[in-house]
Design a binder for this molecule. Structure first.
Ligand code: COA
Length: 430
């Protein structure tokens, strides 16, 4: 049987969007130490020097625009910069005086036969992961990313790999604009950076490269609970089966919380690790109360019921509210009380309580399109109306957490990162 090649992979035509590119000359990022701006023809010699010496630079793909310092190389570079849809940026680090040195290049190459492709190359500094290198890489990526997604949009028709078109959670293809990139198999350092840049792994291609996709984040018009002044009206409530009592935490719970928060296994699985001493728990408690008064986290203690009264504190459950993501649930239980089906009981009581809280209308930007079902590919500016979700990001090794979310009616929404899955629960109809 003949080997499958890239050209054998099925492709589909999609009606999507692309940026209306503005070849601005001013910097898109400037912090007195580093500048990110679009490359100019006069940058050719520096670009050529950086890209030709691969021993001094790190990058995962570089399009064929940076050639040798020859008249043809220069002409080729200038033509590439004149491409009306693609953008090529440089990262300049300011030296003493007004001198600045090119430390990295990158950008987005647009053709009609692919999603726009992101690339970067940053100069290595001694070893690849020095702080300086990391700062350069991060500033560069965030500058490019923000500029790219904030540009106004126009309608566009592209032909792309079928597997690369985003689907909504019901499996329907949604040709929402993507950025793509490929990384060589086994190139873990670049893979790590691309993953930290919010790209998600899509597929291993026949030539061994791994295809990564970054789906345009969208704005969602939805509801969230209004947590303002919740403490004033809060009433403790009990679970159905075991009569566990759930209520807001007080400073007087600190010692009981220390016994829970200093347990290794639950707190390691929880993701924060155990509090090492009472001072750590006091700080932890202050953060909980501070976040509550900022209305961005709700945390309840879970207590055993003893003769109709509140007994031992055995766990916590709550929700974080984010500015650019769905609210996310968290829970933890002391080791000795795990696997007694308490989780099943309190997650039901908690989610019922959560959905019954008073609501307010909000717009959340930056939502991953793959988390919601929507009827049309949204136009770039308008927010998509979506039913509120309660979500969770779970380590793939955390079978207990996955099991509990399933028991609580959450559904697996696919990979969040290589090591984590995303779970969602839709607000029931009013
Ligand atoms: C997640 C956690 C709260 C579960 O609570 P629990 O009271 O032990 O859960 P339950 O006994 O109600 O179990 C509910 C379901 O989850 C699954 N489950 C729970 N613990 C499990 C384990 N150790 N291994 C495999 N599945 C498990 C099972 O499917 C179980 O249903 P079943 O008992 O009918 O088989 C508890 O394990 C915990 O505190 N873990 C540490 C903290 C954490 O990981 N938090 C998640 C990150 S926010």
């Amino acid at each position: 049987m003949a080997a499958v090649t890239l050209s054998d992979l099925p492709r589909v035509r999609v009606d999507t969007t692309l940026p209306v590119v503005d070849k601005l000359t001013k910097a898109i990022y400037d912090d007195q130490k580093r500048t990110v701006r679009l490359l100019q023809p006069s940058d050719f010699v520096e670009c050529s020097a950086l890209l030709q010496d691969r021993t001094t630079s790190m990058g995962h793909f570089s399009p064929d625009i940076y050639r040798d310092d020859t008249p043809e190389g220069r002409k080729h570079f200038e033509q590439a910069l004149n491409d009306p849809d693609s953008l090529h940026y440089g990262l300049f680090v300011i030296q003493s005086g007004d001198q600045s040195l090119l430390e990295g290049v990158g950008g987005v190459v647009v053709t009609t036969s692919s999603w726009p492709s992101y690339y970067y190359t940053i100069r290595k500094i001694e070893d690849d992961d020095t702080k300086e290198f990391h700062n350069n890489w991060e500033i560069f990526f965030h500058g490019v990313y923000r500029h790219w997604w904030e540009l106004p949009r126009k309608e566009a028709k592209l032909e792309v790999f079928g597997f690369s078109v985003p689907k909504d959670p019901t499996g329907v293809l949604k040709p929402l604009e993507c950025l793509c990139t490929t990384v060589k198999q086994g190139d873990y350092q670049n893979e790590k950076r691309i993953q930290r840049s919010d790209f998600a792994k899509c597929k291993t291609l026949p030539d061994g490269d791994v295809y990564w996709r970054f789906t345009r984040p969208i704005s969602v018009s939805t509801t969230v609970p209004d947590l303002q002044n919740l403490r004033m009206s809060f009433q403790p409530f009990t679970t159905e089966k075991y009569g566990l009592i759930l209520r807001l935490l007080n400073l007087s719970d600190t010692e009981a919380l220390h016994r829970l928060w200093s347990e290794e296994q639950p707190m390691n699985d929880f993701g924060t690790g155990p509090d090492v001493n009472m001072e750590a728990t006091q700080r932890h408690m202050n953060t909980v109360l501070q976040n509550e008064s900022n209305n961005n986290r709700l945390e309840l203690g879970i207590f055993l019921e003893r003769n109709g009264e509140e007994g031992e504190l055995i766990g916590c459950i709550g929700t974080d509210l984010w500015e650019t993501d769905w609210p996310s649930i968290f829970f933890v239980l002391k080791g000795e009380h795990q696997r007694h089906k308490y989780g099943r009981d309190f997650i039901k009581a908690y989610t019922t309580f959560w959905w019954n809280l008073k609501r307010k209308e909000v717009e959340i930007p930056g939502i991953r399109a793959t988390t919601i079902d929507y009827d049309v590919a949204p136009n770039f500016k308008a927010a998509v109306k979506a039913t509120e979700l309660l979500c969770a990001v779970v380590d793939k090794n955390n079978v207990a957490s996955e099991g509990l979310l399933k028991a609580g009616g959450f559904e697996n929404n696919g990979d969040f990162t290589d090591t984590e899955t995303y779970w969602r629960l839709k607000k029931p109809d009013a």
